[in-house]
Design a protein around this ligand. Structure first.
Ligand SMILES: [Zn+2]
Length: 145
């Protein structure tokens, strides 16, 4: 399990100059921490700014209370995840799915195929070695890289 991010790896992060989340090449690291990156678009080298997860309007308060009724489907994070997965499903091409391998590095929006959970989309990359993946059965946090 030594396949970790290192200088030369590509990572998605915010470019201060392009003002968007773009591919960057890691140019300097301190330990496991990325300190400097080069934007693949404008080739500007700047400090690494971790990407903040997008605001999730409905799910922000989820997880505080136990669901009292299974009938309240709208508040059920599993049902929400399933609906989200089904909305994205037409864009999922199984031929392009990357088989899940905990030693591999994944990027945002990668399509992966998991032996137990099936097709999933990488929704969040948690450095240095975890990813949140949306599967039909819900969101899973998996180890990677
Ligand atoms: Zn840039």
């Amino acid at each position: 399990m030594t396949a970790q991010l290192s200088a030369g790896s590509t990572i998605e992060t915010r470019c201060t100059r392009c003002n968007g989340v773009l591919n960057h090449t890691i140019v300097a690291m301190v330990g496991e921490k990325i300190v400097r990156v080069e934007c693949s678009t404008c080739h500007g080298v700047h400090a690494y700014h971790p990407v903040k997860p997008a605001k999730a309007p409905a799910t922000a308060k989820a997880g505080q209370k136990k669901a009292s009724s299974p009938r309240s489907a709208k508040a059920d994070p599993e049902a929400a995840a399933r609906a989200e997965w089904e909305a994205l499903q037409p864009e999922m091409d199984p031929a392009q799915a990357i088989p899940y391998d905990m030693n591999r590095v994944y990027r945002l929006k990668n399509l992966l195929s998991h032996p137990n959970f099936g097709l999933g989309i990488v929704q969040l990359v948690i450095l240095p070695n975890k990813i949140d993946v949306l599967f039909q059965t819900g969101k899973k946090r998996l180890r990677c890289g």
